[in-house]
Ligand binder design. Structure first.
Ligand code: F6R
Length: 260
């Protein structure tokens, strides 16, 4: 695991955006996995900015989103399809037929989930999967006790996650109970996992994921088994880690050949 700690979410988002941009530049056909929520917004703004000012080209990129609410039409303001369109896709030159988001309105969820896994496989696998982390340690919408080997499927949100996501729906009661999410096994198959976490409210989950035991009770701890997992944190999200001096030293003294 590589732990990158930055003074604030703005600089952390810029670091994360540079990692994604470097991969797109070296591999124009890159397959990118996207996350939603509050955390990646500044990174998406930075990528849009690089597209506009530096010509960062998404023309050949393929996108797969982590998850989607079940039962929402694609154009619902709370759907992740809407989120991605508004915050990233309509601002860059990604081809619409290369955008993949689980279909939360499908009448046949098992077939939709199997098809999603097949599409990821057919695209050659995901090069970089962007991730946030839930206050309960969830990854994607793999809530505590999710199988560490799981694949894309339907999951039930915890009360905590529905509370955390209530704002966009105008109240907790309106947040769907079910989601389609890539599984932890799906995420573990991605070549690089890039997890972003900002703010004090993520500190406990980050410490448990990075320095706690590997356990399905903290789904993000599965990344301890990933060969290329990068955590980009602000100081607050890193505040309960015990080895911050070491992580900072490692990052500051990274040899050139390791830099992205
Ligand atoms: C979103 C997702 C979730 C979020 C997590 C953090 O696609 O899969 O795991 O990354 O709930 O959400 P925020 O960033 O809103 O705190």
């Amino acid at each position: 695991m590589e732990i990158i700690i930055q003074p604030d979410s703005r600089t952390a988002s810029a670091v994360a955006a540079r990692i994604v941009a470097a991969r797109v530049r070296e591999k124009p056909h890159a397959v990118l996995g996207f996350a939603t929520g509050a955390t990646p917004l500044e990174m998406y703004r930075a990528l849009v900015d690089m597209h506009k000012t530096e010509g960062l080209d998404f023309g050949l990129v393929t996108a797969f989103n982590l998850d989607e609410y079940v039962g929402l039409p694609a154009n619902h303001p709370g759907s992740y399809r809407t989120y991605m369109r508004e915050h990233l896709f309509r601002h860059i030159n990604i081809a619409p037929d290369r955008i993949n988001i689980p279909d939360g309105a499908t009448p046949d969820i098992p077939t939709c989930c199997r098809g999603y896994e097949e599409r990821i496989h057919a695209a050659g696998g995901i090069d970089i999967q962007i991730l946030g982390i839930g206050t309960d340690g969830h990854l994607g919408f793999n809530e505590p006790t999710s199988s560490l080997a799981s694949r894309t499927r339907i999951k039930t949100l915890t009360a905590q996650t529905r509370r955390d996501n209530a704002a966009i729906f105008g109240g907790e009661r309106k947040v769907p109970h079910h989601v389609i999410t890539m599984g932890l096994g799906t995420i573990m198959a991605c070549r690089t996992c890039l997890l972003l976490a900002f703010g004090e409210k993520k500190a406990r989950a980050v410490a448990a994921a990075v320095e706690g035991p590997l356990t399905a009770m903290v789904p993000a701890s599965v990344l301890q088994m990933h060969p290329q997992a990068v955590f980009v944190l602000d100081e607050e999200a890193a505040s309960l880690l015990t080895r911050t001096d070491y992580y900072k030293w490692v990052y500051a003294n990274k040899p050139d050949w390791q830099k992205s």
